[in-house]
Write a protein that binds this ligand. Structure first.
Ligand code: GDP
Ligand code: MG
Length: 296
């Protein structure tokens, strides 16, 4: 008697479909201006562009981001297509009066949910809805070595309610190793004290492997990063780095900073989970609120 039906091929059927469609991944950067947001994004991108397509970044004069704008780049690796959409936001807290300075950012995130919901609800909806919902918000913390600014706490509270937030210590080359460790510790304490709920969230469905992976990420967060749009030559190898009077920081060296950890987290270990969590937690909560409001 043969009891094998063959549905186990469903994983490869799904895989084939997904590969054909590709993945959409939307990342937003938030933080005070001058913290290296645009630079870090270019670092993540450009290192990719260089090793995947041999292209370099077009020269861009010193720029200050004045409004929310997004740019998309399609990356293909081994037949897997990733459409990466980066949303760059103007620095908040730059004004004398910073009241409600986070509002345009929160509004942008909610607008994406709202437009997704509208598309879902149309009678003749598309078979595939273009996803512009923000899957990950990189939050840049100033490397003061002291503590979070009051305004950071307010903005973090608002953001964590609507999006997966991943904090990073910006320009961490300005902290010594000891300062970095102490600062990380302090930030974690403050986040806990203010009950700021960061990604990754614990879930009942997590198995031991998930728990271990999440704990290793929670240990690393906030990632202490360094960005650079310059390439330098170290031991005959061209790398992304910063040349100082006293030496060189290799952005991709794990002993120098945690850029590689952040990139692995974003592209290798948590990409799918960030997308799924956005849809199942943040979008779902938006959606149920909206639908409830409609009924009333
Ligand atoms: P944004 O306003 O947050 O987008 O900041 P930018 O990316 O425009 O960077 C502001 C300045 O900081 C530029 O001069 C960068 O070269 C510099 N910068 C960016 N990242 C780093 C970093 O990791 N370390 C140091 N020391 N400087 C950085
Ligand atoms: Mg910028």
């Amino acid at each position: 008697l043969q009891s094998y039906v063959g549905f186990d091929s469903i994983t490869s059927q799904i895989e084939k479909k997904l590969l054909k469609r590709g993945f959409q991944f939307n990342v937003m950067v938030v933080g005070q201006s001058g913290l290296g947001k645009s630079t870090l994004i270019n670092t993540i991108f450009a290192s990719h562009l260089i090793d995947s397509k041999g292209r370099t970044q077009p020269d861009e004069p010193s720029r200050q981001t004045v409004e929310i704008h997004s740019f998309t780049e399609t990356i293909v690796e081994n037949g897997v297509k990733l459409r990466l959409n980066i949303v760059d936001t103007p620095g908040y807290g730059d004004q004398v009066n910073n009241e409600n300075c986070w509002e345009p950012i929160i509004k942008y995130i909610k607008d994406q949910h709202s437009s997704f919901l509208r598309k879902e609800l149309t009678a003749m909806r598309d078979r595939y809805i273009q996803d512009t919902r923000i899957h990950c918000c990189l939050f840049f913390i100033s490397p003061t070595g002291h503590s979070l600014k009051p305004i950071d706490i307010v903005v973090l509270k608002k953001l964590t309610e609507v999006v997966n937030v991943v904090p990073v210590i910006a320009k961490s080359d300005s902290l010594t190793i000891d300062e970095r460790i102490a600062f990380k510790h302090r930030i974690k304490e403050e986040m806990a004290f203010h009950n700021i709920k960061l990604y990754p969230y614990a879930s009942d469905e997590d198995d031991e492997q998930d728990n271990a992976l999440n704990e290793s990420i929670q240990d690393l967060i906030p990632f202490a990063v360094v960005g650079s749009e310059q390439t330098i030559v170290v031991d005959g190898k061209t790398v992304r780095g910063r040349q100082n009077r006293w030496g060189v920081i290799n952005v991709e060296n794990e002993n120098h900073c945690e850029f590689i950890h952040l990139r692995n987290f974003l592209t290798r270990t948590h990409l799918q989970d960030l997308i799924e969590t956005t849809s199942m937690i943040h979008y779902e909560s938006f959606r149920s609120k909206q639908l409830l409001a409609l009924k009333e």
